[in-house]
Design a binder for this molecule. Structure first.
Ligand code: BG6
Length: 484
C-alpha cells in the first residue's frame, strides 16, 4: 500500500547507519512501490558534498548493502529523489539552505531522522524549531543510545520535548521492527492456546538470548563508553522481556501497548549493590576462534589493554507482579559468541505426574521463538516414536520456519519502522517514560558493578561467555536452551 508523499531529512546522512541501513531500507520500500510521486530523501551532514556528488555515495551504499540494487533504472529512479544539504548542526551554517527546501506551501509529511550521536539530538531539535521547519505533522526519529543513564536520557528527552510533542517523537528500537518480534504478539494475542498458561503457575522460566558472533567491528570508540549492558540490555533485551511479560493491551495502538510495557519495567525487581552477585554476570571476550579463524580479544580490538568494559552480560530477572512472581527470566547477550542467534524460550512446568514407565523421561514443553537467523517458532512436545516396541517417547518440535512457510519477502526492521513513522503509527516505538524507566532499572546494576570495581570475567571468543553465566542458570537446576 502506498504511503502519502513525504520528505525525510537524514541528519548524519553520510554516516554508517545511513549508508548501511537507512538508504537501503528506503530503497527497498521504493522498489516495492510504496512511495508516492514527490517523495524526497535529503541527506544532511557536515561533509562538503552537493547533491550531485552525494548521489554516487548513496549508489555505492545501495550496491553494497541492498542485494536488490541490480537494476540500474530502479537505482536511478531512487537517486532522482535524493538531495543533499551540507550543514553544521552546531552553528547556522547551511540551515537556511535546508529551510529553503521547505516552502510554506509544502504540506507533505516531514520526518527528521537523527542518525547522529545523542549529544546532537537537542541541537538539531532546537535548530529545526529556529528555522521554522516543525509543522504540526512533522516527526522526529531518534536512535539509541538515548543517553547513557536516566539523567542524561531525561535531558535528551527534555530537549526533544521542548520543540516536539511526544506524539511527534519516534524513538527507534530496531528489535521491535523485527518480524518475529511482532509475531510474538500475534502468537500471544491471536491464539487461544498460550495465554491461559502464560503465567508463573504454568511457566517455569523464560530465556532471552541475543548472541552475536561479531566483535566490536570498528565501533570501539562508542563501545568503550557503553558496554553490553547499555548497548543491548537497556533497550533490545528489556523490550523483548516487556513483550513476553506484559498484560494483554486493550488494543494494538501505541499507548495501549506502551502502557503495558511500562508496567513491566516498573515491576522489575531491583538489582543493586545488595544482590548483584547473585543476579548478574559480566564478561569480556579474549582472543579465541570464530567461524572464520583466529580472532583478537576485546582489549586488542579497541586498543586499550586495560579496558574493563563488558562485552557480555547475563542476568537473572524477576518481574514482581501477580502474573510472574516466582518465574525467573534469564537474559544473556554478548559479542564473539559461537553463533549469531536471537531467541526467546518459554519453558513450561512439567506435568505433575508421569503415567509412563519410570525409564521414560518426560521433558517439559518449550516454546522457542527464533528472531534471527532462520526466523521461526518451535513448540517442543513429547510424542511417541512410531513403532510397536512399546511407549518410546521423544521430545520433538512442531517446527514453523517462516521463510519456508510463507515464501514471501520479510522486510527488514528499518523498512517496517520507517514506513510506520510516515503513517504515524507509533506502536513499535518507545515512549519517553519507557526509556527512562528502563534506565532507572539499569543504572543501579552499573553503579553496583562500579562500586565493587567488578572486573568482567574473561571468556574465549567463540564460547558462550564466562563459566559463571552457565552457573547462573545451573544453580537453579536449569540450563540454557541449546538447539538439538
Ligand atoms: C545495536 C547494537 O543496537 O544492535 C550493536 O548497538 C549490535 O552493538 C546490534 O550489534 C545488533 O542488531 P542485529 O539487528 O544485528 O541483531
Amino acid at each position: 500500500v502506498k504511503v502519502d508523499p513525504f520528505d525525510i531529512v537524514v541528519f548524519g546522512g553520510t554516516g554508517d547507519l545511513a549508508y548501511r541501513k537507512l538508504f537501503p531500507a528506503l530503497f527497498r520500500r521504493f522498489l516495492d512501490g510504496q512511495f508516492s510521486e514527490g517523495t524526497r530523501i535529503i541527506g544532511a551532514a557536515r561533509h562538503d558534498y552537493d547533491t550531485a556528488s552525494f548521489k554516487p555515495t548513496v549508489n555505492k551504499a545501495l550496491r553494497q548493502f541492498a542485494a536488490e540494487a541490480t537494476q540500474e533504472s530502479a537505482v536511478d529512479a531512487f537517486l532522482a529523489m535524493v538531495d543533499y544539504v551540507s550543514l553544521d548542526i552546531g552553528t547556522d551554517a547551511g540551515w537556511d539552505v535546508l529551510a529553503a527546501k521547505f516552502p510554506d506551501s509544502s504540506n507533505y509529511v516531514r520526518a527528521f531522522y537523527l542518525a547522529t550521536g545523542p549529544d546532537r539530538f537537542g541541537a538539531v531539535a532546537a535548530q529545526l524549531a529556529a528555522y521554522g521547519l516543525i509543522t504540526p505533522g512533522a516527526r522526529i526519529i531518534v536512535e539509541k543510545p538515548i543517553g547513557k543513564d536516566a539523567v542524561s536520557a531525561a535531558k535528551i528527552n527534555d530537549a526533544l520535548g521542548a520543540v516536539f510533542a511526544e506524539s511527534q517523537i519516534y524513538r527507534i528500537d530496531h528489535y521491535l521492527g523485527k518480524e518475529t518480534v511482532q509475531n510474538l504478539m500475534a502468537l500471544r494475542f491471536a491464539n487461544a492456546l498460550f495465554e491461559p498458561l502464560w503465567n508463573s503457575a504454568h511457566i517455569d522460566h523464560v530465556e532471552i538470548t541475543v548472541a552475536e558472533s561479531i566483535g566490536v567491528e570498528g565501533r570501539g570508540a562508542y563501545y568503550e563508553t557503553s558496554g553490553a549492558l547499555r548497548d543491548m540490555v537497556q533497550n533490545h533485551l528489556l523490550q523483548l522481556l516487556c513483550l513476553v511479560a506484559m498484560e494483554a493491551p486493550a488494543g494494538f495502538e501505541a499507548d495501549s501497548v506502551r502502557d503495558e510495557k511500562l508496567k513491566v519495567l516498573k515491576a522489575l525487581a531491583p538489582i543493586d549493590a545488595d544482590n548483584y552477585e547473585a543476579f548478574t554476570v559480566r564478561g569480556q571476550y579474549r582472543a579465541g576462534a570464530s567461524a572464520t579463524g583466529a580472532v583478537a580479544g576485546y582489549p586488542e580490538d579497541v586498543g586499550n589493554p586495560r579496558t574493563e568494559v563488558e562485552t557480555f552480560v547475563a542476568l537473572k530477572v524477576h518481574v514482581n507482579n501477580w502474573r510472574w512472581a516466582g518465574t525467573p527470566f534469564y537474559l544473556r547477550t554478548g559479542k564473539r559468541l559461537p553463533k549469531r542467534v536471537s531467541e526467546l524460550i518459554v519453558s513450561f512446568r512439567n506435568v505433575p505426574h508421569s503415567i509412563f514407565a519410570s525409564d521414560v523421561k518426560i521433558l517439559p514443553t518449550r516454546l522457542v521463538v527464533r528472531l534471527q537467523p532462520d526466523e521461526g517458532i518451535k513448540l517442543w512436545l513429547m510424542l511417541k516414536e512410531p513403532g510397536a516396541g512399546g511407549m518410546r517417547m521423544r521430545h520433538v518440535p512442531l517446527d514453523m520456519n517462516f521463510a519456508k512457510a510463507f515464501q514471501i519477502y520479510a522486510p527488514e526492521a528499518y523498512e517496517r519502522l520507517l514506513m510506520d513513522v510516515i503513517r504515524g503509527n507509533a506502536t513499535l516505538f518507545m515512549r519517553r517514560d519507557e526509556v527512562e524507566a528502563a534506565w532507572r532499572w539499569i543504572d543501579p546494576i552499573r553503579e553496583a558493578w562500579n562500586q565493587a570495581q567488578l572486573e568482567p570475567r574473561f571468556y574465549l571468543a567463540g564460547t558462550w561467555g564466562p563459566a559463571s553465566a552457565t552457573a547462573l542458570v545451573e544453580r537453579d537446576g536449569r540450563s540454557w536452551y541449546e538447539e538439538t
